[in-house]
Design a binder for this molecule. Structure first.
Ligand SMILES: Nc1ncnc2c1ncn2[C@@H]1O[C@H](COP(=O)(O)OP(=O)(O)OP(=O)(O)O)[C@@H](O)[C@H]1O
Ligand SMILES: [Mg+2]
Length: 318
């Protein structure tokens, strides 16, 4: 069976995309799932969370291939080799679980140039409609063509996207079966959510028609919303979201109940504490005297993992 590919997307920054990608990827390794994390953000935050910023810098200085190599190969007209680019068992789930770490594709700050470079790249025959649409398709299919080579080796692939919907993120959408939208329960974070969905639907339609123009016509399976995950929720003494946060969760559920995950993440300082050790929060909850909030966050993350698996399992790609 081939991997379910899921992008973590929101054009709003700082809502927890990277944190969620890291915790979904590492959390699934506890369930013996073969997982690959792809850092598609030139900020490299998922790379930093996974290996540490200093190690990332060292790896890049040593010339370790990154996601940048994948996009570069498009311009060099060469296929990039997965065994060079994927760092095996690089993402620590917990020091006690050495055998089930996740694999990783690092990001690179220069990836930011590829959004510009790809947009500016024109076909040799700009007046030919066929050539134009072929090139448009090639520009968004770079990541998919790469992941196709290794899809059978994993159960789950997660792509951490930058806070934009430009061509790099469009590559993630084109490559994905599903996408998850993390959000904070506040006005500015929730106001744009229906817009993201509309734009991704529009991309899906565009990609489908580009594929239909191929010779022979190819089919395109649209990226589907696996759900919106509320993050950094504050709970009241009853263990429910505080009323201001519940308001935004309800508002989203009233728009489309099924698109919102039942489970949310609470705000928890140990997320940053774990990040400093370039680990997910899971091992911190096992320490003696672990704060109640940390234990709760880990419990909630396990609910999110289960809910995610249920949400995507019905449509496992062949
Ligand atoms: N549940 C949480 N509790 C406490 N801190 C959190 C939580 N989730 C995320 N954070 C912190 O909030 C900050 C933003 O999170 P993160 O980097 O995951 O967001 P992002 O959406 O990926 O941001 P960007 O758009 O910049 O890529 C980080 O410092 C992270 O440690
Ligand atoms: Mg991020």
């Amino acid at each position: 069976m081939s991997a379910i590919i899921t992008s973590i997307i929101n054009w709003k920054g700082g809502v927890g995309k990277t944190t969620l990608a890291h915790h979904l990827g590492t959390g699934l390794t506890y369930r013996r799932k073969r997982t690959l994390l792809v850092d598609l953000d030139p900020q490299c935050n998922l790379s930093y969370l996974s290996v540490g910023a200093a190690n990332h810098l060292q790896l890049v200085r040593q010339g370790t291939p990154t996601i940048h190599t994948v996009f570069d190969s498009f311009f060099k007209h060469q296929a990039s080799s997965p065994q060079d680019i994927i760092l095996k068992q690089m993402v620590t789930s917990s020091k006690d679980h050495v055998f089930n770490h996740a694999d990783l594709i690092l990001s690179h700050q220069d990836l930011t140039m590829y959004d510009i470079k790809l947009s500016a790249h024109k076909s040799a025959a700009p007046d030919s409609f066929e050539e134009h649409s072929q090139l448009q398709l090639e520009k968004v299919a770079i990541l998919k063509n790469f992941l196709r080579q290794i899809r059978d080796r994993y159960d789950y692939i997660f792509i951490d996207c930058p806070a934009s919907l430009h061509l790099i993120t469009q590559n993630a959408i084109f490559a994905s079966d599903y996408y998850i939208v993390p959000t904070k329960p506040d006005h500015l974070s929730t106001i744009g959510l229906s817009g993201i969905r509309k734009i991704i639907d529009k991309f899906n339609r565009q990609f489908a028609s580009l594929c239909a123009y191929e010779n022979p016509p190819a089919s395109y399976t649209p990226a589907q919303l696996a759900g919106v995950v509320f993050n950094m929720v504050h709970e009241n003494h009853k263990g429910l979201p505080k009323s201001a946060h519940q308001h935004y969760i309800n508002q989203m559920r009233n728009q489309d109940h099924s698109s919102v995950f039942d489970q949310y993440m609470i705000e928890c300082d140990d997320i940053s504490e774990a990040a400093l050790k370039h680990q997910p929060i899971y091992p911190l909850s096992k320490q003696r005297n672990a704060p109640k909030k940390t234990v709760k966050q880990v419990e909630y993350l396990h609910h999110i993992l289960t809910e995610f698996m249920i949400r995507v399992r019905e449509e496992v790609p062949v």
